[in-house]
Design a protein around this ligand. Sequence first.
Ligand code: NA7
Length: 536
Amino acid sequence: MSQSANPIELDALIVGAGFSGLYQLHMLRNLRGLSVRVVEAGDSVGGTWYWNRYPGARCDSESHAYCYTFSPELTEEWDWSERYPGPEEILRYLNHVADRFELRPWLDLNRTVQSARFDETGHRWLVNCDDGNCYSARFLITAVGCLSTANIPAIEGLGDFSGRWYHTGQWPRNGVDLSGYRVAQVGTGSTGIQAAPVIAEAAAHLTVFQRTANYSVPARNCALTDEVRQQQKADAAVIQQVMHSNTNGHPWTINPQNALDTAADERHTIYEQSWATGGLKFRSVFADLLIDSKANDTAATFIRNKIREVVKDPTTADSLSNIDHPYGAKRPPIDTNYFETFNRDNVELVDLKKTPIVRIDSNGIQTSAGHHAVDIIVFATGFDAMTGSLLRMDIQGRQQTLADAWAAGPANYLGLQVAGFPNLFTITGPGSPSVLSNMPVSIEQHVEWITECIDYVLETGNTCIECTDEAMAGWVQHVNDVANATLLPTVKHSWYLGANVPGKPQVFMPYAGGLDRYRQACNEVAENDYEGFTLS
Ligand code: NA7
């Protein structure tokens, strides 16, 4: 690795200026007085929401819960306009946070980390960036998000396509004019399910290419009235207490009642009520949905029936409702008029299970059944989730690169640290609740834990903290055990397992034991003088 002669000397370098990076900066710089910078590839703050500006993009967590809780003043002064915030509103919020907490002077924007190497002699991370700048930092903290590295499928012939194509996670900042064009959308995950109804309204024609049919529950987005906002603010302390003590970080608890202990008609009534309420809360309607496949079948059947009720064309309804996995075992989408969109005259579904894509050519997509001429292809094909953005930074630890250390899949301690990579912390890393939770709640928990850990290192006069191999092996086993107690790892084509990226090792990545249990494990480690770590 080439090294600049004059690296910028810091206590801590943070990579990424989304929710995680901004709060970590505030904690370490404003509250601890350390010298800290944030490197960010974009030209502004926002992270996930800086890049994901595709049509229909919207957060699936509710706005009053998809925000920081560390500052009561911030909670009090910020007004959300809708039940679910869109990217523009989240970006306004994060820009407000950057201004309010005077974070901007410490943001190094338009700069991408190219490599990071741990220097044994000085116990420092040497970080090189694409613009020639170099940092030397005691601590390196990744705040790169779990879903930031686009997964663009290697479909034969894409290079021959004469139209335009886009990945939803790299959507042009000024938008894309779709009006009058024939659009193909590949992918029907959470993103595709949000995008299709909005694309269909703008485009002359939309063809949705579906590889795996998906469940979706109505989001029931709506404008928030002053009355609702005031009530949310009045209840903020209680809501935050719920979010900080439950399994998912959302402002509700899982119904303790089991679906299988509930009479069929009562169960149906509860599903109907939850369907009418809408949102991710549907996943929490019964306690046994993610641990018992028979219980799960009751929810799955309910949703399949809803799809068939909505979609008029029987063949399309069959393809959309022919879902091959348990409800909630892949990330459950929520939508605004997704299934209704297939009743439009200008929308067509191509079921890739029946007629797979053969190739892309200059003017469209060829399947085994025929050719679809299109002007624009939208890839809603997801991400190299959880590990992609960490591995592309070319991180070199004591003896090996992170890519080599994780050749068989990610392994770490508490989702926060990897043996052989001292002083490196991964906010919402694999092995932590992250994508199975309401992200800002997980982020706050990680940032606060990392900050206190750094306090401990410095207060004890050390320069280095590193988890042991034994602690890491124990945590990896625990992550597997809690996942295997659920239906989540039974879906073999899920991005939770890395199965969406060809060649990626298949390991269940997020921590499925619940945010409450996870928080307790992290607290116990800290209370026991950072058990499982060595300091030097
Ligand atoms: P997802 O959930 O990974 O969905 C990607 C979709 O793209 C899914 O339907 C895939 O089908 C499909 N896909 C991927 N590769 C291909 C190819 N080669 N051909 C056809 N179809 C393909 O990503 P999202 O962006 O929707 O959501 C990611 C997260 O972002 C989401 O969970 C939220 O947390 C926010 P598959 O199901 O793999 O058969």
